[in-house]
Design a binder for this molecule. Structure first.
Ligand code: F6R
Length: 243
């Protein structure tokens, strides 16, 4: 795992943008694996700014998102499909027919997982962007998830519900389950870019990058990926040996 430590969130986002832009410019029909959450917002703002200022085109870019809350769809401003439209897609010239995310409203969750796994076989991300949960999760793969997992429905842990409740009016509104790509899907990406910032991620960052590769820290599997870059700010890097 290549590790880049930046002084702050702004610099983390700028360096992540450089990595993402290189993929988009070198391969105008690339598949981008995307994430939601607070971490990538700075990167997404830079992609939007750059598209506006320099015309970098996403016309033929395809995207696959990591996860979606069960029970939420585009009408809900807490859904991940809404988040992606609002924070990224509406600012780019991307064709919405080329963007993919699990359907949180699917009547048959098993069939929805099967559909998404099939799609991922034909759309292997050229780059997969990840944020890191404070409990070491990636996507919604909570501690204990099998490294062989593929897209599945997951019951969210109390720690993830608590972390995510900051984005809801009330903790009781946070969905208790979600669709998520599995760890085997994530590991299939050609390149992985994982971002983390803030002191509350420091323990998970150290465990992911230097701890044992264990299903108790799902992100630790990334140590085995041949092309993984971690960009982390100083606060989140505080417990790394070289920091
Ligand atoms: C989001 C996702 C999650 C987040 C993680 C960090 O699609 O899959 O794993 O990346 O929970 O969330 P933030 O960035 O809000 O700290």
């Amino acid at each position: 795992m290549k590790i880049i430590i930046t002084k702050d969130y702004e610099e983390m986002s700028a360096k992540a943008f450089d990595v993402m832009k290189e993929v988009v410019v070198n391969k105008p029909d690339a598949v981008l694996g995307l994430a939601t959450g607070t971490t990538p917002l700075g990167l997404y703002a830079k992609m939007a700014e750059d598209h506006k200022a320099n015309g970098t085109s996403y016309k033929n870019i395809k995207t696959v998102n990591l996860d979606e809350y069960a029970g939420l769809g585009i009408e809900s401003d807490q859904s991940y499909v809404y988040f992606m439209r609002e924070n990224l897609f509406r600012h780019l010239d991307i064709d919405l027919a080329n963007v993919n995310i699990e359907n949180g409203l699917a009547k048959d969750p098993e069939a929805e997982c099967a559909r998404y796994n099939k799609l991922l076989e034909t759309m292997v991300p050229d780059i997969q962007l990840l944020g890191l949960g404070s409990n070491g999760h990636i996507a919604f793969n909570e501690p204990g998830t099998s490294f062989d997992s593929v897209t599945h429905v997951v019951q969210l842990t109390e720690s993830t519900i608590k972390d995510n409740s900051r984005l809801f009016d009330d903790i009781s509104q946070v969905p208790r389950s979600a669709f998520t790509m599995g760890l085997a899907n994530i590991m299939a990406a050609k390149k992985i870019l994982i971002l983390a910032n803030g002191a509350n991620k420091a323990k998970a960052v150290a465990a992911m990058a230097y701890g044992d590769v264990t299903e108790n820290i799902p992100a630790s599997i990334l140590q085995k990926h041949p092309n993984c870059t971690l960009i982390v700010d100083e606060a989140a890097a505080a417990l790394l040996p070289q920091a």
